[in-house]
Design a protein around this ligand. Sequence first.
Ligand code: PLP
Length: 428
Amino acid sequence: MDDTTINMEHSRLKTEDAAIYKAIKGEEKRQAEGLELIPSENYVSRAVLETLGSVLTNKYSEGYPGKRYYGGQEFTDDVENLARDRARKLFNCKYANVQPLSGAPANVAMFFALMKPGDTVLGMDLSHGGHLTHGSPATVMTKVFNFVRYGMKDLETGEIDYDALLKTAKKEKPKIILAGYSAYSRELDYEKFVEIGREVGAYTVADMAHVAGLIAGGSHKNPFDYGFDVITTTTHKTLRGPRGGMILVRNSEDLAKAVNKAVFPGLQGGPHMSQIAAKAVCFKEALSPSFKKYTKQILKNAKAMEKVFHARNIRMLAGGTSNHLILADVFGSLNVGGKDAQTVLDKVGITLNMNMIANDPRKPMDPSGIRFGTPAITTRGFGEKECARVAELIIDTLENMDDANTKKKIRYEIFELSKNFPIPDSFV
Ligand SMILES: Cc1ncc(COP(=O)(O)O)c(C=O)c1O
């Protein structure tokens, strides 16, 4: 297992904090011996892990390169400039702020950069795949801004109701039309969003957290090519970097200035420089030709899983997938609740998550759906053949919930598959 990111030594930690050491070793084993199908997770390279664990974590760097509030910034400025330059190249835009600590704070900063309290955002309905930060009543943002919704016209094809979107935009006069999702399995028509945004005088923003890697690798359309004003994203997920966020601005200097002010000092204090350096390392990896190949394979692998679900008559929301994820209605198709499905699959070594589906008759803590995807297993080297087999094993498990023998056999097969596809160390 020497050629993997797992089994790192941590010799000092072992003697100085045995409890945390033990938990890390347990997590290494869990990741090595099971399959990760949560579509927002991935495995980073050893270079990213090393950077996260570097002395950059000791440094305070409030401000931006060349304009910091503390001394000693010659190396941190290099790091942040490299991260910004690579991000701009990767996503073909003029401005990048790489300081957001994660996806949720990136969205909060973006809202405050583009709007005043009381203004309106038109975002994707959460039950149709939109993210919590796009206006869940559970978030504080809904106390500051007004959120209205668009959604799918047809749950069986995933087509967005663009006529209703336009109608709502005309009525509600949003400041932002927000494209992006965390549980939707098709591409969006960015051209339509921009057309509607221009008609009603709204900014168009894409939260591409889930598909950033697919865009960077050229396997999905880039919203900036269609005239989007701003993109927010995470740097983990398909982009395969450290946990973190980022805000990109296509070409407006005024918007870029507003974004910088909203991130610091508006929302955050000192940037996490080790994380920013690790983002730069991930961007370099994503700029390499092998990353293009990787993202193409993510899509092919998701299609291979879709084919099996079709063949075995399991309903998929939006009728299947054109990206890295599938949302399957396991309650409707197999009479298995999402929570039970998640639990039993965990036991056979397949990690995925329960998820609400549109018009779900069940509750968020035990919904009808499961959501799974291919970014992590593709990093591991799985091709279509292995992905189709995993799809079969998911359904076999759910059809044999109470059959201990079948589950034992499946656990063994997953263990063997995992052993044959160790988590890689490097992507360059
Ligand atoms: C579309 C989208 N935006 C934002 C986020 C929030 O990112 P984070 O969990 O890093 O705060 C997510 C996370 O799942 C997401 O899917």
